[in-house]
Design a protein around this ligand. Structure first.
Ligand SMILES: *Cc1c(COP(=O)(O)O)cnc(C)c1O
Length: 244
């Protein structure tokens, strides 16, 4: 193997090992956790070795960036959208992505559902919760999520798969635990109502490079890991470029 491919395979294996260790610490099976490799800012040339090493679920935060990459990578990849989605990109997003992690308003959820229903389909989505209650972050407030979920559970064209959050940046990953615990509790509290309306509601998307082992201990079923797999990004995406 070329050195770059070896590095990619090694880093991917290390992340998978840490997921498995965290799952076992919590008495969970590692197979309950899907690794979403977040490839934003990386080129198809940089992404391919990670795919060849076995990553088959990839995540991007911008529709346009994903659109530019998807055709240059194997069609076996399942793509997820993890960033804020603009209304004018809904149809493109439905084409590219198997799951949208980032439904952050009732209006966006309804709009996605309407388009999907028109095609006789249901779009799998997660509802993003702004657990840190930060003004700079997208997502439903904790006080809004129950009503939003109940409302969107009745909207046609949506398949509600669960909740997603981005923990605040902290010095010690352990400090993220209360946020992940809170998201898991919200997910549990809403489960009966949303499932009764015909939705699977099985996912908790939480945990990134800095905190994914804690998230797995607290019940994550989808972890979104970028830097630990691909290496550091050249420049941190700004608020403007973080939009989907
Ligand atoms: C960039 C990003 C990630 C991955 O972050 P890393 O720190 O690179 O692991 C996960 N989720 C979302 C929503 C992101 O934008």
């Amino acid at each position: 193997m070329a050195p770059a491919a070896q590095d990619a395979a090694g880093r991917l294996a290390a992340v998978r090992q840490r997921i498995a260790d965290a799952a076992r610490r919590a008495g969970r099976s590692p197979s309950e956790v899907t690794l979403v490799a977040i490839s934003k800012t990386f080129t198809p040339e940089q992404i391919l070795p990670v795919v060849q090493a076995g990553a088959n679920v990839l995540g991007e935060n911008r529709v346009q960036e994903a659109e530019e990459k998807v055709g240059h990578l194997p069609s076996s990849i399942t793509w997820h959208l993890v960033g804020h989605l603009q209304r004018n990109k809904i149809n493109k997003a439905r084409e590219l992505f198997a799951l949208i992690h980032s439904v952050d308003s009732v209006a966006l959820g309804e709009a996605i559902g309407k388009r999907a229903e028109r095609d006789g389909k249901r779009m799998p989505v997660l509802l993003q919760v702004n657990v840190a209650e930060k003004e700079t972050q997208f997502g439903f407030g904790e006080g809004e999520i129950a009503e939003a979920a109940a409302h969107l559970a009745r909207a046609p064209g949506l398949q509600l798969e669960g909740l997603m959050c981005i923990a605040p940046e902290v010095e010690d990953a352990e400090q993220t635990r209360p946020y992940f615990r809170r998201l898991a509790a919200l997910h549990r509290d809403l489960a009966a109502r949303v499932r009764d309306a015909g939705h699977p509601w099985q996912h908790l998307s939480m945990g990134m490079t800095n905190d994914f082992p804690v998230a797995v201990e607290e019940g994550a079923t989808l972890v979104r890991v970028g830097r630990a797999i691909f290496g550091e990004r050249a420049a941190a995406p700004t608020a403007a470029t973080a939009q989907g």
